[in-house]
Design a protein around this ligand. Sequence first.
Ligand SMILES: NC(=O)c1ccc[n+]([C@@H]2O[C@H](COP(=O)([O-])OP(=O)(O)OC[C@H]3O[C@@H](n4cnc5c(N)ncnc54)[C@H](O)[C@@H]3O)[C@@H](O)[C@H]2O)c1
Ligand SMILES: [Zn+2]
Ligand SMILES: [Zn+2]
Length: 361
Amino acid sequence: MVHKVQGVVALTKGAPVTLETILVPDPGPGEALVDIITSGVCHTDLHYKLGGISDDFPFLLGHEATGVVNAVGPDVTEVAPGDRVILNWRAVCGKCRACKRGQAQYCFNTHNATQKMTLEDGTELTPALGIGAFAEKTLVAAGQCTKVDPEADPAAVGLLGCGVMAGLGAAINTGGVKRGDSVAVIGCGGVGSAAIAGAALAGATTIIAVDIDQKKLDRAATMGATDTVNSSAADPIEAIRALTGGFGADVVIDAVGRPETYTQAFYARDLAGTVVLVGVPSPEMTLELPLLDVFGRGGSLKSSWYGDCLPSRDFPMLVSLYRQGRLDLDAFVTERIGIGQIEEAFDKMREGSVLRSVVEL
Ligand SMILES: NC(=O)c1ccc[n+]([C@@H]2O[C@H](COP(=O)([O-])OP(=O)(O)OC[C@H]3O[C@@H](n4cnc5c(N)ncnc54)[C@H](O)[C@@H]3O)[C@@H](O)[C@H]2O)c1
Ligand SMILES: [Zn+2]
Ligand SMILES: [Zn+2]
C-alpha cells in the first residue's frame, strides 16, 4: 500500500518550501514506516533548501523527529508498531571497518530506507539526512529508529535526533569533558547551547560561551555558561585565556565551523587541550595554520559527526536524564508551529530569535 500524506518539500534551489502531497510506500525489508509527531527545524534544513548540501532536488525536509512506528518490514526485530521512537540519521551497518573495531559511532556505511518516497507524479524525493520528517508519515531504515520512553515530551526529546545530540555529544563524547574541566563553546545556537549543557552535565567548572550575538549569550548564561564573551566586541582568544588563568580552555568547541572560529578555538585552548569541530564548514572554506603551532601546542584536533553518538546508547540515557530534571531539553523548544510555518521558522532562525521551532504534526 502507498500512503498519501502532506510533506514540506524544497522543489528547486532557493525557492520557498511548499506543502506537497507525497507518496510513502509500506516498509520493505529493513525498513520502518513512522507516523511523525514532532520535528524540529534545523539549520541543515535551510542548507538543503539553499542547495548547500547537494543538488538532489526535490528534498523532503525535516530530520529532528519523534514518531510512532506504524509498520515494519518483514525481517525487522529491533522496533515494532506502536513504539515511540526518536529518528536518527546514522543507522550503523555493523559490518564496516569502524563497526568491526567496536567504534560504531564512526560507521563508514550508514544507511537509510531503500525504497523511495515520491511526489504524486512519481518524481523521487531526497529526504533530508535520509529522514524527511516534515511529513505525516516517513519511511526510514529500521536502524534509524530508537525506542524511547513514551512519557517524555516528543517536541523536547525529538531534538536529540540532530542538533541537540550533536552539541551534547561534542562535549561529552568527542570532547571527553570531565569534572573540573574548563570548556569554551564558540557559537551558541542550538548546537552550541547543547554543547554548553553537555559540558555542565559532565561537570565542567568553567564554561565560556562565545558568540557575536548578545541575545545568544544572554540565553547561554541560563543554560550552564559560567562566563560569556561577545566576540564582535572582544578578542575571544584573549578573553578565554583571561578566564582560564592565562592558559586557555581544556576543551574548545567550534559550533560555527568557519576558518576564523576554528583558528580562535585552536589558540584559545590550553597546551595539550582538545579542539572539537562540530559546526559544518562550507566547501569553499580552507584553513591555514602554522604547522609548528599544530605540533607545539599538542593535544588533539577532533571533528564530531553527530556528537559521536550511538543512538541506542545515548538517546534513552539522555531522555532519562531529561525525565529526572537533570537535562533541560525544554529550554531548546522556543516555539511549537504548524507544518505550514517552516518559512517563518527559517526567518526566525536567520534573525537568531529562536533556538528551535518545533513542528507538531
Ligand atoms: N556535526 C554535526 O553532526 C552537526 C549536526 C547538526 C548541526 N551541525 C552544524 O552546527 C552548526 C551550528 O548549528 P545551529 O543549529 O546551532 O545553528 P544556529 O544558526 O542556531 O547557531 C549558530 C550560532 O553561531 C553564531 N555565530 C555565527 N558566526 C559566528 C562567529 N563568527 N563567531 C561566533 N559566533 C558566531 C550565531 O550568532 C549563532 O548563535 C551548523 O554549521 C550546523 O550545520 C553539525
Ligand atoms: Zn558500519
Ligand atoms: Zn539537523
